[in-house]
Design a protein around this ligand. Sequence first.
Ligand code: NAG
Ligand code: NAG
Ligand code: NAG
Ligand code: NAG
Ligand code: NAG
Ligand code: NAG
Ligand code: NAG
Ligand code: CA
Length: 424
Amino acid sequence: MCAYRMCTFGGMLCRVVPVLWLVLSVVSGFNLHAERPAVYGGPEGSYFGYSVDFYRPTPESSTLSVLVGAPKANTSQPGIIEGGAVYYCPYPPNPDSTKQPYSCTQIPFDNTNNRMIKVNGTREPLEFKSHQWFGASVRTHKGKVVACAPLYHWRAVKVNGEKDPVGTCYVAVQNFSAYAEYSPCRTNDPDPEGQGFCQAGFSVDFTKEGTLVVGGPGSFYWQGQVMTAGVAEILNGYSLKAVLRRVQGEKQTHAAADTHDDSYLGYSVAVGEFTGDSEQGKRQHFHPCVAVINSTNLTFIMNFTGEQMASYFGYSVAVTDLNGDGYDDVLVGAPLYMERERESKPKEVGRVYLYLQHSPLTFSEPLLLTGTHTFGRFGTAIAPLGDLNQDGYNGKLTDHNKCFSEPQACGLELGPMNISLWNI
Ligand SMILES: *[C@@H]1O[C@H](CO)[C@@H](O)[C@H](O)[C@H]1NC(C)=O
Ligand SMILES: *[C@@H]1O[C@H](CO)[C@@H](O)[C@H](O)[C@H]1NC(C)=O
Ligand SMILES: *[C@@H]1O[C@H](CO)[C@@H](O)[C@H](O)[C@H]1NC(C)=O
Ligand SMILES: *[C@@H]1O[C@H](CO)[C@@H](O)[C@H](O)[C@H]1NC(C)=O
Ligand SMILES: *[C@@H]1O[C@H](CO)[C@@H](O)[C@H](O)[C@H]1NC(C)=O
Ligand SMILES: *[C@@H]1O[C@H](CO)[C@@H](O)[C@H](O)[C@H]1NC(C)=O
Ligand SMILES: *[C@@H]1O[C@H](CO)[C@@H](O)[C@H](O)[C@H]1NC(C)=O
Ligand SMILES: [Ca+2]
């Protein structure tokens, strides 16, 4: 029995928790030093490092920075407690050691307080940004950035003023000079049976074309839902006042029969091309399996199955063409995978499975990349970094072979407070 997770075709995804590694394919030429890792830190208790992605203002730009989510960080938003933030961390980090580990600055996606409405003559909050977990997810695509607050609540369209965890996301373009909010589940369809518990932005990604893909695992009694919308359309005509706004060209999956309740579609999203054409498809998955589904008619195409129960196979999924053969390959994380050595206690180290797609929808047996630190939760987050060294490959399997024997040699390690970049 598979529980669903989901992905759409066209990019990749990551879900992240405090301790993790990112599979990374940085090669010599790109200036990362194993002996002196770049370490970034954030405020105590802010969950700095919960999510992470790399950022270039433009594809031509030579500067690379790291965007780090800290979903419990305090912000300058008046009256909001632990709204969460995304930090901009320049690489290399600020050399001034007196400022370490705070060389990162908060990106001002939203500086505002809760919007208010008048109910029977008294002003009441329309939304609740405290403890909204902004920065639980962050993704970049060619200068576009999205970051989400899955626990953002709003006062649903209800007489009693109950609040529903609809979730919300913000996009930024032009190197953080323009921002807009996208809250696809803030609709007239509240409560658990509708989109009230959607938690939009629990997972988020871009397609290769740059269309935003937002996962909301709580819609329709936790069947889950996936929304797609263009970033230009989100920005176009955006206004703080338009609370219930439909974005032009937006697509949403709809409620299915109640046998699909508790499927958590949208728990994680990843985007890739599995059909050999540019048609958008969708992929769903569930522990211990990851399913590829057809977005046109939402039927199952195939499943990847985990080898170990409770390993959280599918907790993270990423899609990228690692070997440059034109076919997207799939990486699946199982952060609670336990390694059993002869006659010793199992060690919870985590594992990443790499499936190479050698012809449309035909995948190799997985290559295995196993963590080395007990309780390190290797595979909690996977983020393909693209072609950092500009050799035309998003990764290099020759380099990855080294990762298989020495994962620490090719990783980005995130701790509860710090992030370290390592060379291979
Ligand atoms: C994949 O898993 C789903 C969900 O359990 C199931 O409905 C489907 O038949 C499976 N598909 C294949 C090809 O095994
Ligand atoms: C945020 O601010 C509140 C109130 O000032 C404080 O109690 C809390 O510890 C702070 N949280 C973090 C993560 O800094
Ligand atoms: C406004 O007050 C009236 C009378 O007390 C009550 O019936 C109604 O439900 C209230 N409306 C809202 C939106 O709370
Ligand atoms: C982009 O924005 C960052 C953060 O505000 C800033 O530090 C950087 O200088 C900007 N880069 C360009 C090319 O404008
Ligand atoms: C997806 O479904 C559409 C419509 O039935 C079909 O034309 C297309 O071939 C399917 N794609 C795959 C990869 O099965
Ligand atoms: C969806 O598309 C696939 C591939 O074309 C086809 O085999 C299947 O019957 C279609 N399912 C529905 C419900 O249309
Ligand atoms: C984070 O890095 C700082 C500076 O390198 C170091 O002092 C601190 O111990 C690190 N914290 C963790 C949790 O690794
Ligand atoms: Ca490939």
